[in-house]
Design a protein around this ligand. Sequence first.
Ligand code: UD1
Ligand code: CA
Length: 469
Amino acid sequence: MKQNGQAVDVAIMAAGKGTRMKSRLPKVLHRLAGRALLQHVVDTAAGLNARRVVVITGHGAAEVEAGVVHPGGGLLQFVRQEPQLGTGHAVQQAVPALPDDGIVVVLSGDVPLTEGTTLRALIDACGGDKLALLTIAFDDPTGYGRIVRAANGEVQAIVEHKDASEAQRAIQEIYSGIMAVPARLLKPWLAKLDNKNAQGEYYLTDVVKFAVAQGVPVVAHKIADALQVAGINSPVQLAELERAHQQRVARTLMEQGVRLADPARFDVRGELLCGQDVEIDINCIFAGQVELGEGVRIGAHCTISNARIGAGAVIHPYTHIEGGFAEKDRVEVGVGALVGPYARLRPGAKLGDEVHIGNFVEIKAATLAKGAKANHLAYIGDSKVGERVNYGAGSITANYDGANKHTTVIEADVHIGSNCVLIAPVTIGAGGTVGGGSTITKDTPPGALTVARAKQVSLSNWKRPEKKK
Ligand code: UD1
Ligand code: CA
């Protein structure tokens, strides 16, 4: 993104310790809506088409650096801040990575929900020659830096809570921790920072007084949406922000017509796209990319990741759909299919239209053509199953010989009885029937009944052993 021909470079502060998380995991790697806090911020930065995204790391630096990626496959730059001497000191470390001709947007790795449109408005407010601060008014501004304005309303300074007078503490407008400023102005200001304050830190917020002294306009872009500037310091705050975010996602979906049994018991950890008249019962979790076609119904307590569910399909309660991100691993459920309760669809399960998958059936890397049914207690893996196949209870494909996986082919209209073992590689010919209890090791001809089990015998003169006296 460019503003008056100026590129945008983003600096994300993520070196702080996060003591109040009381966790071994660095704070910015804790997850909100399924993504690391810092990943949210990186994704937002990338969404601005930032020329550079520079992440300032310190505590747990190696882990943090390994824990985030540029969403577009672009380059993330990391600079280290050791020791951590304050937010001004943090941004000083990024100076060599920030070209002089850009607008620098400063973000925090622990503030995950700032929207791109808000940052674009902030960059517009900066305009390439001003210092723009993202601000908000809080009923309880305790702990935040206060926006101190002159009588004419112009911003004069940010005063940190610990350094503020009683009168300044009464100010409700606070600095969010986010600013946009031309690099050519920022760099000399950073060089002038000192740590003569209540916390003995180099405050980034002191750049405001340098701007004022130099006659550079300071503009506050004030927003009203507290979620966008909410920072995470503790597990309580993390859970509260998670719920607030989920409620917002739920509301947006309901406004599109999706019927949620209870928006308070609904979680999206990725992207959920819904057609018309979708109904979702309580306690469902959607992860990765999930698409629900028109009229799909999802029962209670389902977890669904990376899946495409066709129109009119019904997913009964307690079903686990565990698709992978790659196209071949994505789970597909055809139009009008019935799945569950208690079914498990693993990566690469591709169900055609009107397929029925019942309780305690597991499908992995297998294609089931239209109308195929496996209604109870079964495993189908690495298989191609034809149209209208009926697959009996307790039957499994034995696809793994301990070293390699082999394919099972079950052609159209086959009936597999109960408790069969199909040892791959094997093909069951079209229209054939496999008798219950069979262990099939060789291909079977089409149309035939194949039985592979010990013959039943009855011994009429047999005597049950008796207990010795
Ligand atoms: C900062 C602002 C304050 C603002 C508040 C909003 C300063 C001096 N104050 O205060 O005006 O109201 O954010 O939340 O900037 N970090 C580093 N290295 C450091 C110190 C901090 O990377 O040496 C990172 C932290 O990991 C965090 C961010 O900078 O992501 C903000 O640091 P934090 O200590 O939370 O700043 P506050 O004191 O809350
Ligand atoms: Ca903070």
